[in-house]
Design a protein around this ligand. Structure first.
Ligand code: HEM
Length: 299
């Protein structure tokens, strides 16, 4: 496991990442500093779009009103850069863990950095070149390209179908394993379940973020194309995915703060189990209000 936290507990690597060599230490610190920044940036964004409003409300007018204020454009750009590069550097752990041959590992790392640069450019151009008047008149070259919005919408449907099949399959597997007297998934302790959930939610949120950057890019093409893509968010079939997204961001955030407490606070290591249960219960309690608001708005 290239992820330092799970490897550190019991390895005696000391607090605050001091024992991590070179570039890895820089990535280690970046993940923690950007994580704390994302509590405000991503937490604030999620609160506005999944508590104060619902995703189907984030229409052309909603975004245009927001981006009329340069402070919101700056906020959204900081969110873009911080979440994207936090996720890309986080994904690097998985490439290091699962891609063994050195040649392919270099290819894997280079590919995710190139993807990061491309999406940085796409998001930055979208945020800083958005011209409300031109987009509202639907006169841009791709203003009639509704197929782009449909491809995005149906890819979310496809992702939802896979998820809706995978979750009951996983639960069946857990029940069978428990009935056979075995561990739920593998003989890990709560700390390792916390790590698996952290990785799964981090990568899941990163995937959603990439689709979201493409989706927001449509606003530059024209009001009608963009609003066509937003309409998918109001579809009842996708509502559980929107709630799962809230749950994933909230769990990853609370467990991310747990990891930082373990890394920099002596008591954190001693309390890591309680902190994990706290993160789990906190995720459920913080997700329920958003679920109620979204269902109430869409039903
Ligand atoms: C909202 C956008 C976010 C995305 C897309 C994201 C994505 C990721 C990914 C993919 C990883 C790597 C997981 C692994 O393989 O071990 C990661 C790690 C991490 N994340 Fe996030 N994250 C986000 C927000 C946050 C927030 C709000 C925090 C709060 C503190 C946070 C704290 C952390 C920490 C501390 C790690 C390092 C874990 C380790 O070294 O084992 N993340 N993140």
């Amino acid at each position: 496991m290239a992820s330092v936290t799970s490897g550190r507990v019991g390895s005696g690597a000391g607090y605050g990442g001091a024992a991590i060599p070179g570039g890895d230490r820089l990535a280690w610190y970046f993940l923690r500093v950007s994580g704390v920044l994302l509590v405000v940036l991503a937490g604030g964004h999620l609160f506005i779009t999944h508590y104060l409003n619902v995703p189907a409300d984030t229409t052309f007018d909603f975004v245009a009103n927001r981006w009329a204020n340069p402070l919101w454009r700056t906020f959204d750009w900081l969110l873009l850069i911080t979440a994207l590069w936090h996720g890309i550097l986080g994904l690097r752990y998985s490439v290091t863990d699962y891609v063994r041959p050195a040649f392919w590992r270099v290819i894997g790392h280079s590919t995710i950095y190139v993807v990061g640069l491309i999406f940085t450019a796409m998001g930055t151009i979208t945020i800083f070149t958005f011209d409300e008047e031109v987009a509202r008149r639907n006169e841009g070259p791709l203003a009639g390209a509704f197929w782009i919005a449909d491809v995005l919408g149906w890819s979310l449907f496809a992702f939802a179908i896979v998820t809706y099949l995978a979750v009951p399959a996983l639960m069946l597997w857990v029940m069978r394993s428990l009935r056979a007297g075995g561990p739920p998934i593998y003989a890990g302790d709560p700390g390792q379940y916390a790590w698996v959930l952290h990785r799964a939610t981090g990568i899941g949120v990163l995937f959603f973020l990439l689709v979201h950057i493409i989706d927001i890019m449509l606003i530059g093409l024209g009001r009608d194309v963009y609003d066509e893509s937003v309409e998918f968010y109001g579809n009842l079939f996708l509502i559980p995915m929107e709630i799962a997204l809230v749950g994933a961001v909230v769990y990853h955030t609370l467990n991310g703060l747990r990891i930082i407490l373990i890394d920099f606070w002596e008591m954190g290591t001693r309390r890591e189990r309680q902190l994990f249960w706290g993160a789990l219960v906190g995720s459920v309690l913080l997700t329920i209000p958003s679920a109620i608001i979204i269902f109430a708005a869409e039903l």
